[in-house]
Design a protein. Sequence first.
Length: 123
Amino acid sequence: MMIAAALGCSTRPGSPSTTSARPVSPGSLTRVTGFGSNPTNLNMFIYVPSRLAAKPALLVLVHYCSGSASGIFNGNGHDYVTAADRYGFVIVLPEATRNGTCFDVSTAAALRRGGGGGARPRG
């Protein structure tokens, strides 16, 4: 199954693993790019278990401030990975790239659809 294509995404070479118009490697964290407008320059990763449910749920797993997608995937959030393997759901992991790797959840721009999140310095 082409998970990236199903999400309307393309992928490019990068870490931790890559795909390019190929199925996502089951059981590995894969970087996804080209997923649309990205005003805050987020990274996105996806995890697809080896055994995917017929109608898989989608879990968005967000990392903590100063964290990363791979950090939460391999650390505090690993129980979700174990559950995805058991129940066959997909995990999407956004990753903040702004200073401090915190998601902007409080500025006026972040609270307005299409506001850009204030992640880029103005000047």
